[in-house]
Design a protein around this ligand. Structure first.
Ligand code: NZQ
Ligand code: ZN
Length: 392
């Protein structure tokens, strides 16, 4: 293990069917002015809204609700939230939803007491906050991003056609607590469920397909991937299987709570390509990743050949006997692709509404250059072009 690092993750997790019982005790630690943030209304249909408001009422909190936080939250929506929270003098931000709502809460947290424009400060100059932070808590309803236990936030600037993420260094930006009840995810449509599953898988791949040193993290990645593949196959057939859904939820959290990146290089190329595609299509995050993954991984296969062969054998049980490393590695990607098709993931960008005239903006919006292979802008364009019409 070559890297030097420090590790601290202060988010307290409550996991399981009774996890919401801890909300009361957690909220009692903070001030009375609570901003309750949620999305387009799924929480009103599945009982999550009622469960939360019951606790807020019992504690007599002074609550404002900020609803309509859209998937891939926009800068305009952020400005609206900051203004509302300033007027309300919010003491605590309670997010109920998926990555979009959790990220949104973190962005208000770092912006409410900051005089500068949050886009310029955090997503152009990538500065750390130097103002008071508003604490965040999360009730998770959609599994995938890991936002419930990390310090990242992603925003879409529709005018600039850019979707940018900031991985904040300050761990105080991580949620103070997150409530993880796998049953809350049962109402997710299949499309969102598998989109989230692929997001998890991609988070692990981004941290796995990089570096050459023998590293404990890679072994953890392989275990998480095997568990996810197993549970996803069960959930794909029966979305109400608690055991599978709970394993998926737990894997998602560990896939992106900063553990896996410790002490090793990371890649994040699939996310960079996917985010650039997301900026112009507003498609579901996980599907933007699935649509570019095969073209990208096939393109860099030879650059990371040894790791791709290891992936084939340890994650997909490819039998390497009598085969070249390249054959083994390719079989691994084939097995991964079969699994992606089995789940019903979107495998090309056209299906997400991307058109050829969007490619210039996508190339411009791709800010990362890779790990095993440092890509040129022309190579990035080529990968987008292949992703437009890719078929298995
Ligand atoms: O808005 P509502 O009505 O709640 O519907 C949502 C939304 O339409 C629905 N949903 C959520 N829970 C549900 C449900 N529907 C039925 N039952 C439930 N229990 O699902 C839709 C998608 O929700 P969203 O929060 O947008 O999905 P996700 O969790 O994938 O978050 C995506 C955002 O997170 C960012 C993405 O870029 C994107 O902006 N990411 C954040 C990361 C982080 N903080 O570390 C890392 C990720 O790589 C990612 O970039
Ligand atoms: Zn992701």
């Amino acid at each position: 293990m070559l890297g030097n690092f420090s590790y601290c993750n202060p988010t307290k997790l409550y996991f399981g069917k009774d996890a919401i019982d801890s909300l009361s005790e957690e909220l009692a630690k903070y001030g009375d002015n609570i901003a309750f943030l949620y999305g387009g209304g799924s929480i009103k249909k599945n009982g999550v809204y009622d469960a939360i408001t019951k606790v807020l009422r019992a504690q007599n909190k002074n609550v404002i609700e900020i609803s309509g936080v859209m998937p891939n939250p926009t800068l305009d929506k952020l400005y609206e939230g900051i203004e509302a929270c300033r007027a309300h003098k919010t003491d605590f931000l309670l997010a109920a939803g998926g990555g979009s709502v959790c990220d949104y809460a973190k962005m208000i947290s770092v912006s409410m007491h900051c005089e500068e424009d949050p886009w310029d400060k955090y997503f152009v100059r990538f500065e750390e906050p130097d103002c008071k932070l508003v604490p965040v808590g999360c009730v998770l309803t959609m599994v995938g991003t890991g936002s419930e236990m990390n310090s990242s936030a992603v925003i879409t600037n529709t005018k600039e056609k850019l979707k940018m993420g900031h991985v904040f260094v300050d761990e105080n930006i991580m949620p103070k607590f997150s409530i993880l009840n796998p049953e809350y995810t049962f109402t997710l449509p299949h499309y969102q469920m598998v989109s989230g599953i692929y997001d998890i898988f991609s988070h692990i791949c981004e941290q796995y397909f990089s570096g050459e040193d023998d590293n404990t993290t890679d072994y953890i990645c392989e275990g998480l991937m095997r568990s996810l593949i197993h549970a996803s196959r069960i959930a794909n057939k029966d979305s109400q299987d608690y055991e599978a859904r709970s394993n998926i939820m737990w894997t998602a959290t560990w896939a992106l709570n900063t553990l896996l990146k410790k002490g090793k290089d990371t890649d994040w190329m699939v996310h960079s390509l996917g985010q650039a595609a997301g900026a112009v299509t507003d498609a579901a995050h996980g599907m933007t990743l699935s649509a570019v993954s095969m073209p990208y991984y096939k393109y860099i296969l030879e650059d990371g050949l040894h790791k791709f062969a290891r992936f084939a054998k340890t994650v997909w049980d490819v039998n390497g006997e009598g085969k070249t490393e390249k054959e083994i590695a390719s079989e691994g990607l084939d097995a991964m692709e079969d699994w992606m098709n089995e789940l019903g993931l979107v495998m090309n960008l056209s299906e997400l509404g991307a058109t050829w005239d969007m490619i210039d903006d996508m190339v411009k919006g791709t800010r990362v250059r890779g790990s095993y292979r440092i890509l040129t802008a022309d190579e990035i364009r080529k990968i987008f072009e292949t992703s437009m019409t890719y078929t298995s």
